[in-house]
Write a protein that binds this ligand. Structure first.
Ligand code: AMP
Ligand code: MG
Length: 485
């Protein structure tokens, strides 16, 4: 066994006791499990650089010592929270298989959390084993890297270590292998962290936590001296960040799958990737979690669910922020969402901007078309990127000449209408703008998308012959999704 040493760069980072400094009402101190085996399967050197570390100075053993054996640091904090799960309040939540390992200031001067997943039981494990399956770890690593590369504001994974235990799960062939992950994120403070304090009737703790959140994660609000205005500015920015996040998921065809309030970050960052999926065909009702029987968290519902969760958050916050003003801020959600979403969709269509109502019409027509032709969401945009020509602005050139086949007469009509619309949009663009479209299309529409079959295909060799090469190859592709494959 490696001996804990201060020479480990992961242990000599400048850890900041930011959450600890506001008192012990928000967490419990816990210990990590002692694992029979610690095999490093993934390390994120890009994240090391964001922490100011030279990856060549951090060995695999350093990772294992810090994030597998959990030597050389304490305390570890299991965070307390509640949350609405599928609409029902659950007061028996909290970090049940993870803890806050530590907090550090990144090169960008932002505070970041190292949070574990699968590190052992806590007071919140509720009879669970406190463990993470290796497949669950592999899936979260891939999701976070894929989303990050597509421009979605997301947590990352710092490391994933296989831990040599046999786990039993209803949704994986069991026994199944185990892992422990360290997540790198802005914060693990959730909407549900505030909900718990409301449940406990602790206005004082809500206010203290809110001041903490603003101090570390909302610098613009922090600079406002008037208390009421500072708090409103925070809520306004949270609403805006959350609307932007929903727009990011929607434009890349991602379904998070479990948008409970305990999975909503107070910083507006996406995290906690369980049964998520990217869809292949455009399908508004696409539901990623097999246990989401009512499709509550289906693809199309995500913006409205985010808005609903922001409304639920008003319940704890109204103890310190006027409710009527929060309501009028939240009324802006749909407009904000559409601004972010339409901007991203215009980029996917190759445009920097288009005048209204042309922009909204073109986006809606594109979605209608994708609903009715036999072409995948990502395939469509990839084809557009591959075939685009500025000549399409000319009346006598057929847009998507041979590759787009309409499945029936109705779809044929939609395709024709879409071609006309697209051409009309092209005609609003200058020659210079037209010349830039091809590059924008290629930089916005991924060649590689993390579809479920891709994940299953890399999982099979891991299970059958412990072959990790396909996993690393897929990881490489999702980290560089715009490269020609
Ligand atoms: P999640 O679905 O990962 O967001 O987890 C929801 C809640 O269940 C959280 O309180 C988790 O900590 C807890 N939980 C999930 N899996 C386990 C497990 N294997 N052991 C203990 N707690 C768990
Ligand atoms: Mg969770």
């Amino acid at each position: 066994m490696t001996v804990a040493t201060q020479a480990n760069p992961l242990l000599s980072l400048d850890y900041v006791p930011a959450l600890e400094s506001i008192g012990d009402d928000y967490y419990d101190e816990v210990a990590a499990a002692d694992f029979p085996q610690t095999l490093l399967r993934f390390r994120n050197d890009a994240v090391l650089q964001r922490l100011g570390l030279d990856p060549t100075a951090v060995s695999d053993d350093h990772f294992v010592e810090a994030f597998g054996q959990f030597q050389g640091r304490s305390p570890f904090l299991a965070l307390r929270y509640h949350g609405y799960q599928f609409g029902a309040y659950n007061a028996f939540l909290g970090d049940g298989r993870g803890f806050l390992y530590g907090q550090v200031i990144g090169q960008d001067d932002h505070l970041y959390d190292f949070g574990t997943k699968g590190s052992g039981t806590t007071p919140y494990s509720r009879g669970g084993d406190g463990r993470l399956t290796l497949k669950g770890g592999v899936r979260e690593v891939l999701a976070a890297e894929a989303l990050h590369a597509l421009g979605v504001r997301t947590s990352r994974t710092l490391s994933m270590i296989e831990t040599g235990e046999q786990l039993f799960r209803g949704d994986e062939p069991s026994p199944t292998r185990s892992a422990v992950m360290v997540r790198f994120s802005r914060s693990h403070i959730r909407f549900g962290t505030f909900e718990r304090l409301d449940y406990l009737d602790r206005t004082d703790l809500i206010q203290r936590l809110l001041e903490h959140v603003i101090e570390y994660y909302y610098p613009a609000a922090q600079s406002v001296s008037d208390r009421d205005e500072r708090y409103l500015q925070f809520y306004r920015e949270l609403v805006e960040r959350t609307a932007e996040l929903a727009a990011q998921w929607m434009s890349v065809g991602f379904c998070h799958a479990v948008l409970n309030t305990d999975n909503m970050s107070i910083t507006g960052e996406s995290f906690d990737y369980g049964p998520y999926a990217f869809f292949d065909q455009y399908d508004p009702k696409f539901t990623a979690a097999y246990f989401d029987y009512s499709s509550r968290y289906c693809y199309r519902n995500q913006p409205a669910i985010c808005q609903l969760n922001l409304r639920m958050l008003q319940k704890p916050l109204k103890r310190v922020i006027p409710e009527t003003e929060m309501t009028s801020i939240l009324d802006q959600f749909e407009d904000k969402y559409w601004q972010f979403y339409s901007q991203r969709m215009l980029h996917k269509l190759g445009f920097e901007s288009l005048p209204e109502p042309l922009a909204s019409d073109l986006i809606n027509q594109t979605l209608d078309l994708l609903n009715s032709v036999m072409v995948g969401y990502h395939d469509f945009f990839r084809s557009l990127a591959g075939q685009f020509s500025p000549d399409w602005a000319n009346d006598d050139v057929t847009i998507f000449d041979t590759t787009m086949q309409a499945s029936d007469a109705g779809a044929q009509v939609l395709l024709e209408q879409w071609r006309q619309h697209y051409r009309q949009a092209l005609k609003t663009q200058s020659a210079d703008e037209l010349a830039q479209m091809s590059q924008r299309l290629r930089q916005t529409n991924p060649q590689t998308v993390l579809l479920r079959p891709e994940i299953e295909a890399i999982w099979e060799p891991i299970v059958v012959e412990n072959d990790w090469e396909p996993f690393y190859a897929l990881l490489q592709r999702v980290q560089h999704p715009f490269a020609a494959s």
